[in-house]
Ligand binder design. Structure first.
Ligand SMILES: Nc1ncnc2c1ncn2[C@@H]1O[C@H](COP(=O)(O)OP(=O)(O)OP(=O)(O)O)[C@@H](O)[C@H]1O
Length: 257
């Protein structure tokens, strides 16, 4: 259970999904998904490999089109947007993907300023430096500003990746397996960072994970994808207090305390 209760505004849905369906040829991946994400909330999406978690995130970010259902993101129906409007909306969504690697030939500073310079061309050097310092301080790595990614640990690279995502001040954060491949202590640090980002920047986040220690540490609410729908939802305890064998085996297989 999370120790610090964040401010969640249940009257403000930043994502509202209804009746979402998506199939690839004959294979129905999402079979009527309903999902709301509230302002300020950390929502964990659980599910076995291949259940459609990434497909869901790709639909939310406009990278894939749904077959049926409504997907509303920050008040906009993503299907009705032009490419230009979609690109603008995407700037309000921060993606922390497993493979969102840093550019190896650039310093930490250059990695961080890259999205800023590309998207806000009229910013002064002073303003760029100010924002870089804020996000680096937020992830606790101010001292690495002139280092190369190869000089950082896996956990530090992950943090810089999150800092790079924060630099455009996203309203929504999407974390795909944020603790994958990290040792247990670094996992704890990344979980703490996800909670810190939520409180400090008042972001609303979807966290996809298999790591139930992470799910319990960061999730205000959890949902579990089973057979193409969210069959379980609630707090960590509520989701796993069930006789459903599918849920029990997911827990037994994935939980290491
Ligand atoms: N572009 C695509 N074309 C065809 N099939 C696809 C495509 N994208 C995803 N799929 C299929 O949809 C299913 C769900 O994939 P998805 O990547 O969303 O799973 P996941 O729950 O994120 O799994 P994992 O935890 O392993 O990442 C898989 O069977 C996958 O093969």
């Amino acid at each position: 259970m999370k120790k610090n209760i964040p401010k969640i505004d249940k009257s403000n849905k930043v994502i509202a999904i209804k009746g979402l369906k998506k199939a690839f040829d004959e294979f129905e991946v999402l079979r009527g998904v309903d999902l709301d994400l509230y302002k300020g909330e950390n929502l964990v999406v659980l599910g076995r490999s291949g259940t459609g978690k990434s497909v869901l995130i790709k639909i939310i970010s406009g990278l894939l089109r749904q077959d049926e259902g409504q997907v509303n993101v920050l008040g906009q129906d993503i299907n009705s947007l032009s490419q230009k409007e979609l690109d603008k909306l995407r700037l309000k969504i921060g993606f922390s993907f497993q493979n969102s690697a840093l550019y190896d030939s650039m310093t930490v500073r250059e990695n961080l300023e890259f999205p800023l310079i590309r998207n806000s061309r009229d910013m002064t050097r002073k303003e760029i430096d100010r924002i870089i310092n804020i996000v680096l301080e937020a992830v606790g790595l101010s001292q690495t500003i002139d280092q190369m990614p190869s000089e950082l640990s896996g956990g530090q690279r992950k943090r810089i990746g999150i800092a790079r995502t924060l630099i455009l001040k996203p309203d929504i954060m999407l974390y795909d397996e944020p603790t994958a491949g990290l040792d247990p202590i670094t996992c704890i640090e990344i979980n703490a960072l996800i909670n810190q980002v939520q409180r400090r920047f008042n972001t609303s986040s979807i966290i996809i994970t298999h790591d139930l220690t992470c799910a319990r540490a960061v999730g205000d609410r959890l949902v579990m994808l089973l057979d193409g729908q969210f069959q379980r939802q609630g707090t960590f305890e509520e989701v796993f207090e069930t006789d459903d064998e599918r849920v029990k085996s997911f827990y037994n297989y994935n939980f290491i305390d």
